[in-house]
Design a protein around this ligand. Structure first.
Ligand SMILES: *Cc1c(COP(=O)(O)O)cnc(C)c1O
Length: 399
């Protein structure tokens, strides 16, 4: 009985995603998305229902109550798990809801290690919500796995990595960090939001759970908030589903439908994001108003070699420091016409923001604080010439 407090049975329809020899885009379009059997509808319907009729007491289609499972959500979960080449996947109400469910696998006294430029929301969740409940944490430079191994904190059960990171685009060698975690009986969680499964599949490099904010590239159209967790470990999957069903961080089917629809074009969008970002990096490197450019595709980037090993493209996120400091960065951000000044990232339209004040304000005064002259760009899929022209005029305004 799914509306009762303690169901820990996985939904019976939840077979591991079918192994398939199809390529990435084909899987994104077809896995979990067979035509609907009654009408032949080609697109997965929005199953706008909270409950499901049962033939007899306890005899049902595999769906009982929509907090526990909904067919629209199942379709997304199968498709996205397949994109990550994972056996299991769970859709969540937001990226933070997915993170929260993963962190609830810890117990008081457990320690979590995170990267020293973790996403501000992750830092806040761990340090302000989980720490008061008895989870201890520490931040480390995960680009140096040997140093982490040498300074391994007692009772560490989980390592939380993000690669590339937000907003400094630091690259972490997933296989190397996974090896250190596993040697110490800990698991590795990898936030794959920036790279997407099209450019990077962390489970294949040894991560135990992959987490996404599907609000970003997977949805891709700035119209929904969502999260996703994928794993090959059946026990973790069961735990995550139990936590989700107990806590209730699920989405309605409309939002799920929009995210699934958005992800159908992930591969073609990412190709365009990659191309446009590469052109922007060239422009920024040549502009006197810019001091440092952060992009994993740059040969001089400290994580470039790891990025080449574990990514098939470098993505659409670019950050840079304004040579003339904070005020110049602010003025430049407010001078763009095409780039929209907004939080978030990974959508079709280009966005610009000031991480220090906007997305990473919760990190102020901590080791997670970012330079105040840092500008973050989410390069969209507009025409390259228009993107370059807008950035050029905005940079000229501060030069
Ligand atoms: C946005 C983001 C999150 C949080 O996801 P929400 O969907 O906003 O809850 C987590 N990690 C990264 C890297 C993000 O960019």
């Amino acid at each position: 009985m799914s509306d009762q407090p303690a169901p820990d049975q996985p939904a019976p329809d939840r077979a591991p995603s079918e192994p398939t020899s199809y390529g990435f885009s084909t899987r994104a379009l077809h896995v979990g998305q067979d035509p609907e059997p009654i009408t032949g509808a080609v697109t997965v319907p929005v199953f706008q229902t909270s409950t499901f009729a049962q033939e007899a007491v306890g005899k049902h289609s595999g769906y009982e109550y929509a907090r526990t499972g909904n067919p629209t959500r199942t379709a997304l979960e199968r498709a996205f798990a397949s994109m990550e080449e994972a056996a299991f996947g769970v859709d969540f109400a937001s990226g933070m809801a997915a993170e929260d469910a993963i962190l609830r696998m810890l117990r008081p006294g457990d320690h979590i290690v995170m990267g020293n430029d973790a996403y501000g929301g992750t830092f806040r969740l761990i340090s302000k919500v989980f720490a008061p409940m008895g989870i201890t944490w520490s931040a480390h430079d995960l680009t140096d796995p040997q140093a982490l191994a040498g300074a391994w904190p007692q009772n560490t059960k989980m390592v939380w990595a993000e690669t590339p990171t937000n907003p400094l685009l630091t690259v972490i060698d997933i296989a190397a960090v996974a090896a250190v975690a596993h040697a110490n009986d800990a698991i590795l969680i990898c936030d794959n939001t920036f790279a997407t499964p099209y450019l990077q599949q962390p489970l294949a490099h040894g991560a135990d759970i992959v987490v996404h904010s599907t609000t970003k590239y997977l949805g891709g159209h700035s119209d929904t908030v969502g999260g996703f967790a994928a794993t090959n470990n059946a026990e973790f999957d069961t735990q995550l589903r139990f936590i989700q069903n107990s806590v209730g961080a699920v989405r309605g089917p409309w939002d799920v439908y929009l995210t699934l629809r958005g992800a159908k074009t992930l591969a073609v969008r990412m190709d365009r994001h990659n191309e446009n970002a590469a052109a922007v990096v060239q422009l920024l490197q040549a502009h006197p108003a810019v001091s440092t450019v952060f992009y994993p595709g740059l040969p001089g980037h400290p994580g470039h070699e790891a990025a080449v090993r574990q990514m098939s493209g470098f993505g659409g996120m670019v950050s840079f420091r304004a040579a003339a400091g904070r005020d110049a960065a602010m003025k430049m951000i407010e001078s763009t016409k095409l780039f929209i000044l907004a939080e978030s990232l990974g959508a079709v339209e280009s966005l610009i923001e000031h991480p220090g004040v906007m997305t990473h304000a919760s990190a102020e005064g901590s080791a997670f604080e970012v330079p105040d002259d840092l500008v973050r760009l989410s390069i969209g899929i507009e025409d390259e010439a228009d993107i370059l022209a807008d950035l050029t005029q905005a940079l000229n305004a501060i030069n």
